[in-house]
Write a protein that binds this ligand. Structure first.
Ligand SMILES: [Zn+2]
Length: 161
């Protein structure tokens, strides 16, 4: 895998914030992004978003095997786009899977891809958190591979417990 990008560093404290957000949102998916210095190799803060898709979904869907898309609120989309020009832009977008598994789904690929040329929609990496009713099971960071023309796993994190 010669062309797989190196993972942006996520400090444990930031990862814990993401896990806490995933827990708070469960059984819905959470979403948000992690920011860090432009052209840097680490994130320094988390920006949790409102998942518009999860609003109005029924709480009894916990444990479903299928995931839904996550959709940033309008205000978050504006903040994200403005952030792209900031000194500490979004470097990683994150979301959770309430089925406990951290994989990059077809839906995730669609949302993260540029519909025109098939590459990345935004210059960010993608963190997926697999959470179930008892704990965060695993988390995986993905990025676009030109060679494979797909989002590939670039780092895996242990879950809780
Ligand atoms: Zn997903």
């Amino acid at each position: 895998m010669p062309d797989v990008p190196s993972p942006i560093n996520i400090p444990q404290a930031i990862l814990d914030e993401v896990f806490a957000h995933a827990r708070e949102a469960f059984p819905a998916e959470c979403c948000g992004w992690l920011e860090g210095p432009k052209d840097g190799d680490a994130v320094v803060s988390a920006h949790p978003c409102v998942n518009v898709q999860s609003q109005g979904t029924h709480p009894t869907v916990a444990g479903r095997g299928e995931e839904r898309a996550y959709i940033f609120s309008a205000a978050d989309v504006i903040a994200f786009n403005e952030g792209m020009d900031a000194d500490a832009p979004p470097l990683i977008i994150y979301h959770s899977h309430p089925n406990g598994r951290a994989y990059f789904s077809e839906t995730d690929t669609k949302v993260a891809s540029n519909a025109w040329d098939g590459g990345k929609m935004y210059p960010v990496q993608q963190l997926v958190v697999g959470i179930d009713e008892s704990r965060v099971v695993e988390a995986v960071l993905f990025d676009w591979s030109e060679g494979e023309q797909a989002f590939v796993e670039i780092q895996r994190f242990a879950g809780e417990g």
